[in-house]
Design a protein around this ligand. Structure first.
Ligand code: ZN
Length: 145
């Protein structure tokens, strides 16, 4: 397991990106829109993890609501897991409150799910199953058939 990324809510990418470029020493590796969350995301690779700056593109974006309530700042921490559905099932069986009981598609087309912060020290955790790993598993399965 590793920390895949830390999601930081910002009011404006245009304003936030230059400071992170200074801090991290390079420009964003990618910028994309995630329609589901109504955000624009600037992704900075930092070692094996990433920092993702999340700018709301609509007032009803979860990120817009977060900023209105708590101000800009760390929004979520994402852990990469091997099998997301199994992980969700295990956590739920042990009494962890889930926001998503089934994986859904996140930035970059990877499978993600959120845990409810009431179970995790008031921190929003996202679990992510890395796409390349899943493909590698599928390839292995196909090879073993
Ligand atoms: Zn995320």
């Amino acid at each position: 397991m590793k920390i895949h990324h830390v999601g930081i809510a910002v009011e404006s990418l245009e304003k936030a990106v230059p400071m992170f470029e200074l801090l991290l020493g390079h420009s964003p590796d990618s910028t994309e829109e995630v329609g589901d969350q109504k955000v624009r995301v600037a992704v900075f690779q930092v070692g094996e993890s990433r920092i993702e700056l999340l700018e709301p593109i609509s007032p009803d974006s979860p990120i817009a609501r977060f900023i209105a309530k708590r101000g800009p700042g760390i929004h979520h921490i994402t852990l990469a897991v091997g099998n997301l559905q199994n992980t969700l099932d295990t956590l739920e069986q042990r009494g962890v409150r889930l926001i998503d009981r089934r994986p859904r598609e996140g930035a970059g087309g990877e499978s993600i799910a959120f845990l409810h912060p009431s179970s995790t020290a008031n921190v929003l955790f996202e679990l992510l199953e890395e796409r390349d790993r899943k493909q590698a598993d599928n390839n292995q399965e196909q090879q073993s058939k």
